[in-house]
Design a protein around this ligand. Structure first.
Ligand SMILES: Cc1cc2nc3c(=O)[nH]c(=O)nc-3n(C[C@H](O)[C@H](O)[C@H](O)COP(=O)(O)OP(=O)(O)OC[C@H]3O[C@@H](n4cnc5c(N)ncnc54)[C@H](O)[C@@H]3O)c2cc1C
Length: 435
């Protein structure tokens, strides 16, 4: 059995959460080993929104120059009914908002955020990253965790040039098929279909939801002038909503439309279990997508209809969530802890999944710096600090799902509330002001 040379923390999954955790640990002076089952970082996904609760942490990690270069800084969020062009409610994201929370609200392509995190992790130099390494088994012991890793030969050529730097593989791990290691603690940052969660928390359920997310990114210059956007715009309709915002310094437009679809829960659950490559992506035929758009956009304003007609390439994502966390025990047991989507899958109705993984990462590193505590106690400190916050965000995302997609009287009441309360509903100090 090999022993890892690091301080003993192994993180499974180099997504937003895993990269963030290795940065936060490195900045506190701790090394970590990061396992990633993919053998290259792909440009998967589309845009994400980051509230000041996340950008404040990214700023502390030295990533503000990257946000200034790659992100867009929308000036406002505007909410519309999907069949009208007059604004129902508006939140100003300008200087006043930024001063209040000490950090900006930005919108960024996932790939740009991932590459910024990756470069920062390399610059800090405390991470031993192993691409093509899948965690396949674990045994939680009183003095550490026995883990099993399946490795595949690396193909560095598949990494984008800036992501293929020196540390993609160092240390003593050979390319044998399966390696067993004894490590001090294991962090499962392996996403919604987490293997760590499945092995350590076999009874925690993940739910396939009827929501499909259609996502597209398009250069703004290819769109007619009236469809180009520089703020965040949210359109609310029955069983659907659509969010549009700029990314890549404002040059591209990101569109995400969440539409409820008649669906087969068994099929969705099975496809999640079997699809290890891209857990969320869903194959939707062109005809099925056109029909889905036609039904969901029935009655939508001409502007919204035009946008969907102007964009050809969409990816479809089946969405999963879980019941909100009910105790710290669901995030931490002994020497194993969960972080990000692995711990608290949520629907993207509050745009905070990545945000919570960044917050988790920062709190994990803070807890790890309590060197007077045992490794298990440090993880417990992390779980105690995070579970309630994550549960609250999960609950709010569920509530938003019902409110955003309401129809009939419920929609009328929602719109009245938005018109009367406006900014007071859209601004959320409990969310954005978290420290
Ligand atoms: C449509 C949509 C819109 C969204 N919009 C927003 C938004 O606006 N704002 C926001 O904050 N969030 C948003 N999110 C959520 C956000 O994308 C996720 O919450 C975030 O990516 C979670 O990061 P993670 O690191 O926990 O998981 P992931 O990003 O899924 O990363 C998990 C990593 O683990 C690796 N892995 C998996 N299994 C193993 C294994 N066994 N061994 C080793 N590695 C493994 C995977 O390859 C992957 O790289 C959105 C999500 C969707 C679907």
């Amino acid at each position: 059995m090999h022993r890892l040379m690091s301080q003993g923390m192994v993180i499974a999954g180099a997504g937003m959460g895993g990269l963030s955790a290795s940065i936060a640990m490195g900045l506190e002076g701790f090394s970590s080993t990061l396992l990633e089952r993919r053998d290259a970082f792909a440009e998967l996904g589309a845009g994400i929104q980051l509230g000041p609760n996340s950008t404040r942490i990214l700023k502390q990690w030295g990533l503000m120059p990257d946000l200034e270069t790659y992100a867009a800084w929308p000036k406002q969020i505007e909410v519309f009914r999907f069949d009208q062009s007059s604004v129902l409610a508006k939140l100003d994201l300008g200087a006043h908002f930024k001063d209040r929370y000490g950090a900006p609200y930005v919108t960024i392509h996932r790939a740009d955020l991932q590459s910024s995190l990756f470069k920062r992790m390399l610059a800090i130099g405390q991470t031993d990253l192993r691409m093509g390494s899948t965690l396949v088994d674990l045994e939680n012991q009183h003095n550490g965790v026995d883990i099993e890793i399946r490795t595949q030969p690396l193909s560095l050529a598949q990494n984008p040039p800036d992501l293929s730097a020196a540390q993609t593989m160092k240390g003593d791990l050979d390319c044998s098929e399966t390696t067993r290691l004894h490590v001090s603690v294991l962090i499962g940052a392996d996403g919604v279909s987490s293997e760590v969660r499945r092995l350590q928390w076999p009874h925690r359920r993940i739910n396939a939801t009827p929501h499909l997310a259609y996502r597209a990114t398009v250069p703004q210059k290819l769109l007619p002038l009236k469809l180009r956007q520089h703020g965040v715009r949210v359109f609310l309709g029955p069983q659907m909503h659509c969010v549009q915002y700029p990314i890549r310094g404002g040059e591209w437009l990101n569109i995400v439309a969440l539409m409820e679809a008649p669906f087969d829960a068994d099929h969705a659950n099975n496809s999640m279990r079997s699809s290890l490559q891209h857990a969320w992506t869903e194959k939707v035929s062109l005809d099925a997508r056109r029909e889905h758009f036609r039904l969901a956009l029935k009655g939508a304003s001409a502007e919204l209809q035009d946008l969907f007609k102007a964009v050809d390439e969409w990816s479809a994502w089946r969405l999963f969530d879980a019941n909100p966390l009910s105790s710290a025990d669901q995030m931490v047991q002994g020497r194993v802890a969960l972080l990000g989507d692995a711990a608290h899958p949520m629907l993207p109705f509050l745009a905070q999944g990545a945000g919570m993984s960044i917050e988790d990462a920062q709190r994990l590193a803070k807890a790890w710096s309590h060197q007077d505590l045992s490794p298990g106690q440090r993880l417990q400190t992390y779980g105690n600090a995070r579970w309630l916050r994550n549960a609250r965000v999960q609950r709010r995302a569920k509530v938003n799902a019902a409110v955003f997609h309401a129809s009939g009287v419920k929609a009328v009441l929602r719109d009245l509330g938005l018109a009367v309360l406006g900014e007071r509903l859209l601004d959320m100090p409990w969310l954005y002001g978290y420290r």
